[in-house]
Design a protein around this ligand. Sequence first.
Ligand code: 1YM
Length: 652
Amino acid sequence: MAGNEYKADDIEVLEGLDAVRVRPGMYIGTTGSKGMHHLLWEIVDNAVDEVVNGFGDTVEVTIFEDNSASVFDNGRGIPVDVHPKMKISGVEVVFTQLHAGAKFNNDNYNFSGGLHGVGASVTNALSEWLLVEVHKDGKLYRQEFHSPEIDGKIKSGIRKNEIRCVKDTDKRGTYVKFLPDPRVFLDEKFSIDVISKRLREIAFLNKGIKIVLTDRRVKPDDEFRVFEYLYAGGLRDFVLFLNDSKDKLYSEPIFIEDKTDKFRMTLSFQHTDGYTESIFSYVNNIPTTEGGTHETGFKSAITKVLNDSARKKGFLKEKDSNLQGEDFREGMTAVLAVSMQNVQFEGQTKTKLGNVEVKSQVESLVTARLEEYFADNMNRPTLDKIIQKAIQAAKVREASRLAKEVARQKNSMNNSNLVGKLSACTGRNAAINELFIVEGDSAGGSAKQGRDRGFQAILPLRGKPLNAEKKRIDQILSNDEIRSIISALGTGILEDYDSKDLKYDKVIILADADQDGAHIRAILLTFFFRYMKGLITDGHVYVGMPPLYKVSKRDGVRYAYNDEELKAVIKETGKASYQLQRYKGLGEMNPEQLWETTMNPSNRSLTRVGIEDAADAEKIISVLMGDAVEPRKRYIYEYADFNKVTLFDTLK
Ligand code: 1YM
């Protein structure tokens, strides 16, 4: 360090506000847009504090053409008298001393004091100029600050003049106007979107206060843009606002407000018929986007209260297990705000409340007030709707768990008893193997005996499978018929569907040629369409066509698959006598006949099922197989009778 030794004199001692300019990041995070807006929030916070504490009722914010901003509140006005120790005005203390704030005592809690704010002095330090006007006791006082460059160095936020009374006034309150220093923030400009959003949020969080925002940066002859926010309902209005475009489960948001001496909590929530959970939480008006102990307390309280109610009201029986918190929160929009002292922020972005005691505070407040709310019979319909929705959510949750389990087990399902019904084929070549899904046990028996067991497997269906269009996934997946189909095919379902694991090249539906058979076909096709679409789009699904008639003559037997064929066969017979049998179902055929007419690849007639237009198929399925009766009637009336309607295009 030769010739470069430090002396005490070289050590620069940065006084007060100059330190802010050297390391602005330490005080406002960035010198970008966010940091510049922070200057405004410091002043807004002081104004809002004053109004929230009951002095005055209005905060006015104005953005000017030169990117300066002003804030006015009609409260008491910052003290203008000389501070006994500092020998400067109260205003000067507030704007030049880091972390200056009002003194707090037990009668005078200020929840936000010194918590989020770094203080109005930081705004002054990073402004080119700042003006304060205090309307107090009939007088208007004014003091100005600026940051001039002196001897090549910027002096930050020094006073331009002592505070002085400039005239009489009949107003009350504090007006602060400042210009963010372009030497710090370069070309950054105030964003009316950012500011209006935050001011609206503050208005929601502090019911009854009026906030007026004016943007004066408009072309000369335009009207200024003015926004006014005042919410008598506070968080209740916030929730209604958030749910505005949604379908609500009940019209009146639940609203809870409570305070102990050092802790205040406000909560409002309302369920929509959607599935997303949106919880917004705040501490001292600051968003806690990462959540924290207040949210945890809120969540455990509603889970407990609603589970207890569900049991008490008989929605949950003794043997039923509790619903989970996420079930109760499905579709819920909630806003939770707490005000407290000594806040500890944690998390990646320091937006998570860390104070452990808050969990139990919120939990017991919410529990007590919610129990009270739901004890009122007037609120019973709301309670019922919330619980019913949660029960539904739990079923869906259980169903997706099941679906995943089915998918996971898809390869090991061979061993499960479900496949007991399946008569597997002996060959292992998936490229030629065929699975016949056969309506009824007796036809299944014939098919089993008549088949070529080398490549043909038989799965008899006992009853009708569930209609995938009408039942929830959990019901569908607990249906035996459906489960045996899934396990026989091996592919898994839905997002787990994997064509690589398909064990058959052809999946052939064999049902009777009557109304019931048509219904079973439609149900199976609907299931494949909803749960294994690839099976259809890849052309693996076929409909088997059993004959409708058997014509026995002396020289042998002929089969006819429809009325036209029957006519032709009878014509061929000429004058010879014949015996005609009309099959009423597959079960009337013996194994040999079934093989000959329907299963033998060289004689049979199969119809391949395809989808020409998926969206169209979607629509048709939901109309034909769904719940709504009217559209189905209309469709059938317009197009065909149900039996003949082709659910899908059939590709020969
Ligand atoms: C446009 C910004 O700063 N309003 C404001 C600030 C104060 C008071 C009133 C106030 C507070 C108290 C007593 C008190 C502040 N005063 C101080 C300090 N609007 C704006 N309105 N009298 C007036 O809290 O006891 C800090 S902020 F420290 F001087 F008391």
